[in-house]
Design a protein around this ligand. Structure first.
Ligand SMILES: Cc1ncc(COP(=O)(O)O)c(C=O)c1O
Length: 472
């Protein structure tokens, strides 16, 4: 893994102070002399850190008076509040709405704020293709058959290695390679539930989570999410005590769509809760590599001593969209999950597994990730600044420390399904709030994707959205 240079670490520390509001807009950042003393670094290191922060749009130099936090570095739009509690158990029936929204996102000329992916240009696709050639040439004919059932060993080793960097020591036989995280999540839920069971999910939740519940005829218990702190642990404790919940499906870092992350202490408390009730927990962690702080977030899995957590990951968002390679570290359910996988798809494509394994060994994954994280962070700044300029002043917005989504809460008068239709007619997509909820709440909310290079088109699209919003 890339070891951050001193100046990058310093820049990250100061960026965190700005994001948390400790360093406010227009406030002077520490002088070079002070920073040298406080952080025990050389003036050259401080200058390099400040140039980097300037590049990221967080600070600006003022003639003869030093560096200052930019006006919109943190922004004046407020943060949304914790989502409201729905006490009723929900039958899930959202697929038609989700498909009607997703179906309209396919036009390549549309500004892709509604997309679920970062730009395809953000991925090292040519280098991956080279890895596929190299990896396959080195693969024995015997292995291409064997890897179907067991998964490609070098790939599993590389994944296990990345777990150790995130603080999880994982026996390789806990890992099941799957067709993207989506298959992993489906199999986990099948392994621990039967039709009619109750599953605790987030509100708002990733829409495909709702679709999986619908397909497996499971019922949703929606737990509120705070836009910064993540799932409402008191609400969860109450639901676990009152209802016969058979599984939880949560995201602990850069939750889709809100971007929230739980602190290590809250992760620990969440694990204690599920241990107390002995409820299996499916951790959807597909954005964990896309963090902006200096250290990777540790998954819930790193707090689990009991094998109750099934941790699902993927390369779709960080390296290889379309290769459809994900995995699950299945804890005590690993064998059941592996059997279910053999009974459904047998295996993801072996050439795709081999390509990613070769790339992880030789392709420079950490260099690629570093670049991707920095692009995403500065694109987030650009979208936030545009929202400040063009959206109604009462708009609320999240400021996640990773991933590539912003969650907007517009004034109550805005109907996001109408907003979606009007914007799409003008060539702009977005993900309207109701697709993220079994109870079709969040009517005045939307998720916007900042995973594409920021340019005039994006700026124009934000201005246009601002006009549509003003007309409500
Ligand atoms: C939160 C979340 N989980 C899982 C997935 C699915 O990942 P994959 O493409 O690896 O199946 C996505 C993709 O949009 C996602 O956003």
């Amino acid at each position: 893994m890339h070891k951050l240079k001193r100046y990058e670490k310093l820049a990250d520390e100061i960026a965190a102070l700005i994001r948390s509001g400790i360093l406010a807009p227009n406030q002077r950042v520490p002088s070079v002399r002070l920073a040298c003393r406080n952080y025990d670094v050389s003036p050259a290191t401080v200058f390099k850190a400040y140039y980097l922060l300037e590049d990221r749009g967080l600070i600006q130099a003022r003639a003869r008076s030093g560096y200052y936090v930019r006006e919109h570095a943190r922004g004046s739009l407020a943060e949304p509040k914790m989502s409201k509690r729905e006490t009723a158990v929900q039958e899930v029936d959202v697929s038609e709405l989700v498909f009607s929204v997703l179906g309209s996102l396919k036009d390549p000329h549309t500004v892709p704020f509604g997309s679920a992916f970062p730009s395809a240009d953000a991925f090292p696709l040519a280098r991956l293709a080279k890895s596929m050639g190299q990896g396959l040439r080195a693969l024995s004919p015997h292995q291409i058959i064997a890897d179907q059932t067991a998964g490609n060993d070098p790939l599993k080793r590389q994944i296990a290695l990345r777990y150790t960097l995130a603080g999880v020591m994982l026996p390789m036989d806990e890992l099941v390679i799957t067709n993207g995280a989506m298959e992993a999540l489906n199999l986990c839920l099948q392994a621990v539930t039967a039709p009619g069971d109750l599953v605790a999910i987030e509100a708002p939740a990733f829409y495909a989570c709702l679709q999986v519940l619908e397909r497996l005829k499971l019922k949703a218990v929606e737990i509120p999410v705070h836009p910064r702190d993540g799932i409402d642990l008191d609400g969860l404790a109450d639901s676990l005590a009152r209802l016969p919940i058979k599984a939880c499906w949560f995201m602990s870092s850069f939750q889709n769509p809100m971007g929230a992350s739980l602190t290590a202490e809250r992760k620990q408390r969440l694990i204690e809760l599920v241990h107390q009730h002995q409820v299996p927990l499916i951790e959807d962690d597909v954005y964990s590599e896309l963090y902006f702080d200096s250290q990777p977030p540790r998954p819930l899995k790193s707090h689990d001593r009991d094998g109750l957590v099934m941790h699902c990951g993927s390369f779709s968002k960080s390296l290889a969209p379309g290769y459809r390679i994900g995995w699950v570290a299945g804890g005590r359910f690993a064998e059941k999950i592996a059997q279910l996988k053999l009974m459904t798809t047998i295996s993801p494509s072996v050439p795709a597994q081999v390509a990613i394994a070769d790339y992880l060994q030789h392709g420079g994954y950490d260099r690629h990730l570093r670049k991707l994280r920095h692009s995403l962070e500065s694109q987030q700044q650009a979208m936030l600044a545009a929202a400040e300029r063009y959206f109604p002043a009462e708009t609320k917005v999240t400021r996640p420390h990773g991933g590539y989504f912003l969650w907007f809460e517009f004034p109550e008068r805005v109907d996001s399904l109408t907003l979606f239709k009007v914007a799409l007619a003008q060539g702009i997509s977005l993900a309207p709030g109701p697709i993220f909820s079994a109870s079709r709440s969040f009517r005045h909310c939307a998720r916007l994707n900042y995973g594409h290079a920021w340019g005039e088109d994006s700026e124009r699209a934000m201005a246009l959205l601002g006009q549509v919003l003003a007309a409500f």
